[in-house]
Write a protein that binds this ligand. Structure first.
Ligand code: ADP
Ligand code: MG
Length: 351
């Protein structure tokens, strides 16, 4: 079973697709669905433009129906509880033992990334649920270990790192620390003792996100938002020779994956689009290399962590003993076919 392998560290990357329901506007325009999900594993994508593409050099080699298989493929009926339990809950077992883990939400703007990660008060997403589980496990293990939880929240915008928990608007640098791994120099870290405190910080941080508007995208769609939860683990009866362990859980609401070419932006906005894609492209390349290393058991393969800020930041949280979950979000609407096609291909390379 796949999850058992992931838990045992034999297979460290889980790739899931989540297809959201058609929204009210899409239903009113009677848009039909271009996406079918079979067996919680297989995605069938139907190309609405297939006939007209036969004259298009770039597109004519595509099939009318395309099939992709993933660790999981969830249709619009998946609940927030179930998606959390199937993709992320078990990550915490590793975290409280000192293993890093990362959860990414990937997809075009409007596909459901923030819903998946943050959700709403009635249907909280993966962030709140993993935090609840973390504090539950900390409680359960409090006889053997002392835990300290510290939270930071940052965004990567135009390849610059910004502290979302600080009012100072400056760019931060990355350093590598022998015991703590990759560290963002000078970032605000806040000790938290409950999920509510962490969610309150998330709210504060979201107000500080880069807010310049563009035609096609809302503010949050152009930066990567990274919530990092650092857990310090000390044995209750800690001998002087025993080391303090650290684990990091990173939860990432990625920038919208739609291409800059889709907007009418020029100048600064164009550069921004290219930089968003640099991080997304590099992340895809790193995950692809890591899954090849795992598959071929060839640890000499090069992983291009240094190719973007996002992958440098997460260097110690991807690969090795770390567990990585990629949830690729798509809309079922026929109008977003091109985005869905690109997202499925991206996710397909990662698995
Ligand atoms: P993104 O962050 O990828 O731009 P959002 O998460 O903001 O997209 O989702 C766009 C809209 O669709 C939001 O109003 C959100 O509440 C809704 N939505 C997304 N996924 C779902 C879902 N699985 N079920 C119900 N509503 C959803
Ligand atoms: Mg969003």
């Amino acid at each position: 079973n796949y999850i058992d392998q992931l838990k045992n560290g034999q297979n460290n990357i889980l790739v899931a697709i989540r297809c959201r329901p058609l929204n009210q506007r899409e239903i009113e325009r009677s848009e039909y669905e271009a996406v079918r999900i079979l067996d919680e594993r297989v995605v069938v994508l139907i190309d609405p433009y297939y006939e007209s593409n036969q004259n298009d050099v770039l597109r004519k080699n595509r099939n009318k129906e395309m099939q992709f298989a993933f660790d999981y493929a969830f249709d619009e009926t998946i609940s927030q509880t179930e998606i959390y339990e199937k993709t992320s809950k078990f990550l915490l077992d590793g975290v409280i033992e000192g293993f890093n883990a990362t959860v990414f939400a990937y997809g075009a703007t409007g596909a459901g990334k923030t819903y998946t990660m943050v959700g709403n008060p009635d249907n909280p997403g993966i962030m709140a649920r993993t935090m609840n589980q973390l504090y539950y496990l900390i409680q359960e293990n409090s006889n053997q270990n002392h835990f300290i939880v510290r939270v930071s929240y940052l965004e990567i915008y135009n390849e610059n790192i910004k502290d979302l928990l600080s009012i100072e608007d400056k760019n931060l640098d990355l350093r590598e620390d022998p015991s703590q791994g990759v560290v963002v120099a000078g970032i605000t870290e806040i000790e938290c003792s409950s999920t509510q405190e962490i969610m309150a910080l998330l709210k504060v941080g979201n107000r500080n996100r880069t807010k310049e508007a563009t035609e096609a995208n809302e503010a949050s769609s152009r930066s990567h938002a990274v919530l990092q939860v650092q857990v310090e683990i000390k044995q209750v009866e800690q001998g002087p020779q025993e080391e303090v362990k650290y684990a990091k859980l990173s939860m990432v609401d990625l920038a919208g994956s739609e291409r800059a070419a889709n907007t009418s932006n020029r100048g600064l906005r164009m550069i921004e689009g290219a930089k968003i894609n640099q991080s997304l492209l590099c992340l895809g390349n790193c995950i692809q290399a890591l899954s090849q290393i795992q598959e071929k058991k060839n640890s000499n393969l090069f992983v291009p962590y240094r190719g973007s800020k996002l992958t440098r930041l997460l260097k110690d949280s991807l690969g090795g003993n770390c567990r990585t979950v990629m949830i690729a979000n798509v809309s079922p609407s026929v109008l977003t076919f091109e985005d869905t096609y690109n997202t499925l291909n991206y996710a397909n390379r990662a698995k």
